[in-house]
Design a protein around this ligand. Structure first.
Ligand code: AMP
Length: 216
């Protein structure tokens, strides 16, 4: 199964990509996580990407396209993969199409999680991530067992720089302008599944799973 998770920042792409990745036993490929690990390791790519990410802007297409092209050719992607946060622009989607064609593989579905902006702003203000392993929590909806400490690895939880309200508003504007056109792009192909994403993780996860089963 080859899937794309589409949706505004904070819509729940990462959470549901992770659940689906466990369900179908295929890797979740998050360009945001890959870029953050480059920043942490202070690579050249990380240094370039940080300038854009801290401002809530998109990293240039050519940088992310190269990351994804390489990643989808790795051994663990043979049975499929879930792209989380890629593509985010029409040129990225076109580059992905070309890469998939060269590899003689095709996308199965694009899951579009639709959440109102105000819900997103509230959600992201409460999001905390582990400074070490990247696991994601929420101060109200997904509390860690011990306050501000990661359940997985015991490290401190932090608010992502780009989850601060002003940057979130910028990211939502970038989404409207550059990423939203992808909905029509994949709708025209007949592979888009739109899921209303305002509800509990469990409810939305069940809706996504049934939509994928029905459309098989
Ligand atoms: P995310 O964790 O998916 O919300 O991504 C965090 C940030 O990483 C975004 O706001 C962008 O600056 C950058 N980023 C992640 N994926 C992409 C992409 N496909 N294209 C451009 N920038 C990206």
């Amino acid at each position: 199964m080859r899937l794309i998770m589409l949706g505004a920042p904070g819509a729940g792409k990462g959470t549901h990509a992770l659940l689906l990745s466990k369900e179908y036993n295929i890797p979740q490929i998050s360009t945001g996580d890959i870029l953050r690990s480059h920043i942490k390791n202070e690579t050249d790519l990380g240094k370039k990407a940080k300038k854009y990410m801290d401002k809530g802007l998109l990293v240039p297409d050519e940088l992310v396209v190269e990351i994804v092209k390489k990643r989808i050719q790795e051994e663990d992607c043979k049975e499929g993969f879930i792209l989380d946060g890629f593509p985010r622009t029409i040129p990225q989607a076109e580059a992905l199409d070309k890469a998939l064609e060269e590899l003689a593989i095709a996308l199965d579905k694009v899951v579009n999680i639709d959440v109102p902006d105000e819900v997103i702003i509230k959600r992201m203000a409460g999001r905390r991530v582990c400074s070490n392993c990247g696991a994601s929590y929420h101060i109200e909806n997904k509390k860690p067992l011990k306050e501000n400490i990661c359940d997985e690895c015991g490290s401190e939880l932090k608010q992502r720089e780009d989850d601060k309200e002003e940057t979130v508003r910028k990211r939502l504007q970038v989404y409207e302008e550059q990423t939203k056109p992808l909905i029509e792009y994949y709708e025209k192909r007949g592979i888009l599944l739109t899921i209303e994403g305002d509800g509990s993780v469990e409810e939305i996860g069940n809706k996504i799973k049934s939509a994928l089963e029905v459309s098989k």
